[in-house]
Design a protein around this ligand. Structure first.
Ligand code: ADP
Length: 503
């Protein structure tokens, strides 16, 4: 239920009161009207403050409407007061308006109806003013709470408004002080923006100085707004010193990081080189005593073979076999480590001629295994190092005829494929396909690392370094290696190298 509108109706004339009352009752429901006919009644009513609006006559026996108005506005400045009179003059009306009168109506027939309308308008105006005042208070409160400086200046660059954060940012207490320290020339921004199409806004990072001389970085956003025909400069000022400091620190860190990475890489390279030198010389040095062991074991076998019992000659044979294996391993390691260390020269190499050479070189091995090797005719020329490429192809072919199931005749096919990708150097992919035991997909990457072997020495002898040599060698020549295979379905190893361009 809405609460009733409470009114004071001040008029000595009973019939006028009755007429006004009737009109008020028509307009407002619910309504409570207190009729006042003496100063005592008026003072009591004012003291208890239980009314929302006042309608008063000007001519009263005990006072004037102006005094009533003054009395009420003094205590309740926002309380609407409407004067309804037949005795007032224009001067009285002006005087009354100055004192805060909300409306003035001349008494007369058919004019009573105007009183409630005037009261309603006055009430609405008061409500609007109250709402506006509340909004203003809330807005001011908000503006003062935010950490961002908010200001408005004239086109000439004079600050006309600013919130607390803005003053604090500049280290000043008042707008006058802010204007006095010349914190930033807003006229320039105005001149630049005024010729710009909407939105006339600009954001920039500025280095500013507080009133005490300390400097700070701020993000200044400026917008031109036109209010009632006057263009003003509205702005936001945000302290970004922390962010700037972080940026500078990051830049410095990046700069030092680069040199630190270079230093570390260099140190690592040196350490690696030392290690490789060491491995190389150890491998080298191991070969001489190994050869001696091999040689003496051979001599013993030759000279005493017939006189030795079965166990002793078997042991000697094993010494020879193990020494051979160790020798092969050391040879492979030396090749691998040489590949890592030495400078590599690449030149156009004809694949057909290298393969012919490799097949000839492996001929005894291939014949012994009754292997068939089919090489496609007229293979292209690639950019490679001939010696390394020879070693790579030997290792691939040896594996292709080695990792074959028992009783199966090894069959190897070699061919190439040209691969051209837009914007890239054309490459040649050489395939070596066998009908061997195949490789499970889990192992297809790892077999290219040194010492990865999927079988025992008795089943398939080897050092586990052959494919590592293949990969390192191909990579050093600027190429790539890979394998496609399935267990029991043979393997297809591939080597990709840049194609040699026609001169
Ligand atoms: P090694 O041949 O001396 O064992 P590699 O580095 O040449 O060493 O090969 C590593 C492993 O990869 C081999 O032990 C074998 O298990 C597997 N492998 C290599 N080539 C083939 C092939 N053509 N078919 C099946 N398995 C292969």
């Amino acid at each position: 239920m809405t609460s009733p509108l409470r009114m004071l109706l001040i008029d000595d004339n009973r019939s006028d009161r009755a007429l006004v009352l009737r009109e008020l009752q028509r307009e407002f429901d619910p309504l409570e009207v207190k009729e006042i006919t003496s100063s005592g009644e008026l003072n009591r009513a004012i003291a208890i403050d239980d009314f929302d609006a006042v309608v008063t006559d000007f001519q009263l026996r005990w006072t004037t409407g102006l005094d009533v108005l003054e009395l009420i506005k003094q205590r309740y400045p926002s309380c609407p007061v409407v004067m309804f009179t037949n005795t007032g003059t224009e001067e009285v009306a002006v005087e009354a308006m100055k004192l805060g009168l909300d409306d003035y109506i001349i008494k007369g027939p058919n004019r009573y109806i105007r009183v409630p309308i005037a009261v309603r308008h006055a009430l609405e105006r008061r409500d609007m003013q109250q709402r506006a005042a509340l909004l203003e208070i809330r807005l001011q409160g908000l503006l003062n709470q935010v950490k961002i400086g908010i200001f408005r200046s004239s086109a000439e660059g004079t600050l006309v408004e600013a919130n607390r954060a803005f003053l604090e940012l500049l280290g000043v207490k008042s707008l006058e002080q802010a204007n006095a320290i010349n914190w930033f020339d807003l006229r320039d921004s105005y001149r630049q923006l005024i010729h710009q199409a909407p939105p006339q806004q600009r954001e920039r990072e500025v280095h500013l100085q507080k009133s005490d001389g300390t400097q700070f970085w701020a993000l200044l956003t400026i917008t031109l707004n036109t209010i009632e025909g006057v263009t003003v400069v509205d702005g936001l000022l945000e302290d970004i010193s922390d962010r700037k400091q972080a940026e500078v620190a990051l830049q410095q860190l990046n700069a030092t990081l680069e040199t630190r990475v270079q230093e570390r890489t260099q140190a690592l390279r040196e350490a690696n080189r030392d290690l490789e030198e060491f491995a190389y010389s150890i491998s080298h040095d191991l070969r001489a005593p190994l050869r001696a062991i091999q040689g003496f074991a051979d001599i013993l076998l030759d000279d005493l073979g017939a006189t030795l019992d079965v166990d002793a000659s078997d042991m000697l044979r094993r010494i020879v076999i193990n020494a051979q294996h160790l020798d092969a391993l050391i040879a492979d390691l030396l090749t691998y480590s040489r590949l890592r260390r030495s400078e590599i020269y690449v030149e156009p190499v004809d694949l057909s001629s290298v393969l012919a050479e490799v097949v000839t070189q492996l001929n005894p091995n291939l014949t012994q295994q009754q292997a068939q090797v089919q090489v496609n005719e007229s293979l292209p020329t690639v950019r490679a190092n001939r010696l390394i490429l020879t070693q790579v192809l030997i290792n691939l072919l040896v594996n292709a005829v080695k990792f074959v199931a028992e009783g199966v005749q090894p069959q190897v096919r070699v061919w190439t494929e040209e691969r051209i990708e837009a914007g890239e150097t054309p490459v040649v992919r050489l395939y070596v396909e066998d009908n061997g035991i195949g490789i499970a997909s889990d192992w297809q990457q790892q077999i290219f690392s040194p010492f990865t072997r999927l079988h025992g020495e008795a089943e398939y002898p080897g050092t586990g370094v052959g494919l590592a040599i293949v990969r390192k060698g191909v990579e050093r020549m600027g190429g790539q290696v890979g394998v496609e295979s399935q267990p029991g379905q043979g393997s297809r190893f591939w080597v990709e190298l840049p194609e040699a361009q026609e001169p």
